[in-house]
Design a protein around this ligand. Structure first.
Ligand code: ATP
Length: 231
C-alpha cells in the first residue's frame, strides 16, 4: 500500500484507467509543454495527464533555477484550464538537504505500485528520444510505460531521418518501433532555455509573451523567479 504522503503526491482520480506521464524540468513550463501534452493525451485517447516536475535531471548538470515550489505553482497555473490533468510532486524531496537524482524508472515503478490496474504511457520530446538509450533501465521503462514522442524543431520533424538517427543505438526493428512512437502533433519552436535567456536579458525578449501563459509570466514577475542571472 502506498503511504498517505505518496498518495497525496499522485493526484489521479480513482476512475482513471489510462495515464500519460509527462516529466521534465519545467523551468519554466512553456506553451509547448502545455499544448503538446494535452494534444498528445487526446490523440492517444488516454484518460488523464500527470505532469511530474523532476527534482534534478540526471542529465542536466545544473539544478533547475526555479525552486520546486515555484515550478509546481507555475505548472498549476499553466495547466489550470485543463480538466483532465494534474501536477504530481512525487519526484520532489523536502526543501532541505541534498536530493538524489530522480530516475524515470523509479518513478514509474512507484506509480505502477500506487495505481494498480492503470495503464501508463510516457511522453517525451524527440530530443529526449534521441538520447533515450542513455536512460537508466530504458528497457524496463519501455515495458512500464510505452514512450510516445513529440517531434521538436530539428529533431524528428522528418520521421525517416529520425528512424535513421535511432539506428545509431537501436536495432532496425527497434528503430522502426521508435518511428511508430512519433506523434502527429505540431512542432513548436519553444524552449525553456530561450525563456531563461530572455529573463537574463539575452536573446529575444518577445519570446516571453509568445511562449508563456500570461498567468505564468505574471507569477514569474511577481515572485522574481528568474531575477537571478542565469549562468
Ligand atoms: P530546457 O531548454 O531547459 O532543456 P525544455 O524546453 O526542453 O527545457 P523540459 O522541461 O526539459 O523543457 O522538457 C520536458 C519535456 O518536454 C522533454 O521531454 C522535452 O523534450 C519536451 N519538450 C520541451 N519543449 C518541447 C517542444 N518545444 N516540443 C516538443 N517537446 C518539447
Amino acid at each position: 500500500m502506498p503511504s498517505a504522503s505518496s498518495r497525496d503526491a499522485i493526484p489521479v482520480p480513482a476512475d482513471v484507467r489510462t495515464l500519460l506521464i509527462f516529466g521534465g524540468s519545467f523551468d519554466p513550463p512553456h506553451l509547448a509543454h502545455v499544448t503538446l501534452s494535452i494534444a498528445a493525451r487526446d490523440a492517444l485517447g488516454l484518460d488523464w495527464l500527470l505532469v511530474i516536475p523532476a527534482g534534478r535531471s540526471p542529465f542536466k548538470s545544473n539544478a533547475p533555477i526555479a525552486n520546486d515550489s515555484h515550478r509546481v505553482s507555475m505548472l498549476e497555473r499553466a495547466f489550470s484550464d485543463d480538466a483532465r490533468s494534474s501536477v504530481s510532486t512525487i519526484e520532489l524531496g523536502t526543501e532541505t538537504g541534498e536530493r538524489p537524482p530522480s530516475y524515470t524508472v523509479d518513478t514509474l515503478r512507484r506509480l505502477r505500485d500506487a495505481l494498480p490496474g492503470v495503464s501508463m504511457r510516457l511522453l517525451i520530446g524527440a530530443d529526449q528520444a534521441l538520447s533515450f538509450h542513455r536512460w537508466r533501465e530504458f528497457e524496463a521503462i519501455i515495458s512500464l510505460a510505452e514512450p510516445a514522442v513529440m517531434p521538436r524543431p530539428g529533431d524528428a520533424e522528418d520521421p525517416t531521418r529520425f528512424e535513421q538517427e535511432m539506428l545509431a543505438h537501436w536495432s532496425p526493428e527497434e528503430a522502426a518501433r521508435w518511428r511508430q512512437r512519433l506523434l502527429g502533433v505540431p512542432t513548436l519552436d519553444v524552449s525553456a532555455t530561450a525563456i531563461r535567456e530572455a529573463f537574463a536579458g539575452r536573446g529575444d525578449r518577445g519570446v516571453l509573451d509568445r511562449s508563456l501563459d500570461p498567468r505564468v509570466l505574471a507569477y514569474i514577475r511577481e515572485h522574481g523567479v528568474y531575477d537571478r542571472p542565469c549562468d
